[in-house]
Write a protein that binds this ligand. Structure first.
Ligand code: ADP
Ligand code: MG
Length: 278
């Protein structure tokens, strides 16, 4: 028996019979670890995260999360997307409460949980607002609160702060670190930002560009909160810059060859299959 919280065992994924998006990925993630998947666009980060989330099965290999084989999405694996998957017709409070209602949590208990999370994420004053009235940073706070409401032990995050300005991004990174250290979640966080990975992660998994494999699996020993200007931070940044740059160049090489499969921005079949964004 493995003690890993998430086990990725020999996972490969082929799209359209020819695009080898992932090849034989093995990854054991202990409970409570904050892992960043890092790599340029097109190297399979979202494909791997979607497989762990249970949105798209691997072509071969298997995944075990929280002690159970992954066959479909489940409440023990909460997902936060870049594109703010909130219900536009619901208020902030109702968006946060949605999963609790679905689970049949009694009203008073659900209300108490929602209140606590609105406080945790500095959203109290916005509880009656609708998503379109909020800034991008506020909407991502709601998306995080919604996952926390379900008390998922695993949080999967796909470039969740990618569309935010630098200051908002830093403040959400700090809030996420605070929440993670208080609640002991296991987090897999996808980013193509080297600095973001170094600021957040216990462990950085650098991926190669097609086929997507693990190029480097690195433990970040720097104490938190990390200072991006510190020499230790910069030494690791230079090392990672080099690794990511090599893969970026392979991507560009493919693009020059006119390979139009190089970049699918998001996972298109999710909505089509009626996925409910909790
Ligand atoms: P990343 O998230 O690292 O940018 P993706 O996981 O989105 O990369 O994509 C990895 C590779 O798989 C890319 O070459 C992409 O074009 C391809 N791909 C991703 N999703 C699909 C899909 N639904 N159909 C066909 N090809 C896809
Ligand atoms: Mg992606």
């Amino acid at each position: 028996m493995s003690t890993a919280h998430i086990e990725v065992k020999g996972v490969s994924k082929v799209f359209g019979g020819t695009v080898l998006a992932l090849q034989d990925i093995h990854l054991d993630i202990p409970r409570g670890q904050f892992v960043c998947l890092l790599g340029p666009s097109g190297c399979g980060k979202s494909t791997l995260l979607n497989a762990i989330a249970g949105f798209a099965a691997p072509s071969s290999g298997s995944i075990v999360a929280d002690g159970r084989p992954v066959a479909a999405p489940g409440p023990e694996r909460g997902m936060v997307f870049q594109e703010y998957a909130l219900f536009p017709w619901m208020t902030v409070a109702d968006n946060v409460a949605f999963g609790l209602r679905l689970k049949g949590v009694p009203r008073a208990q659900a209300d108490a949980t929602v209140e606590r999370l609105l406080r945790t994420l500095s959203l109290q004053e916005f509880r009656h607002r609708f998503p379109k009235e909020l800034s991008g940073g506020m909407r991502q706070r709601v998306a995080i609160a919604r996952v926390l409401a379900l008390d998922s032990p695993i949080m999967l995050m796909d470039e969740p702060f990618g569309a935010l300005d630098a200051l908002t991004r830093r403040s959400l990174q700090d809030e996420l670190l605070r929440i993670w250290s208080e609640l002991h979640k296991t987090i897999i966080f996808v980013t193509h930002s080297i600095e973001e990975a170094l600021y957040l992660a216990d462990r950085i998994v650098v991926m190669t560009y097609r086929p997507g494999t693990i190029k480097r699996d690195l433990l970040v020993g720097l104490p938190r909160l990390r200072d991006p200007a510190a020499p230790g931070f910069n030494a690791l940044k230079r090392e990672l810059d080099q690794l990511v740059m090599e893969e970026q160049q392979r991507h560009q090489h493919d693009e020059l060859k006119g390979d139009i499969n190089g970049d699918v921005p998001s996972f298109p079949s999710r909505r089509k299959r009626g996925y409910v964004p909790i």
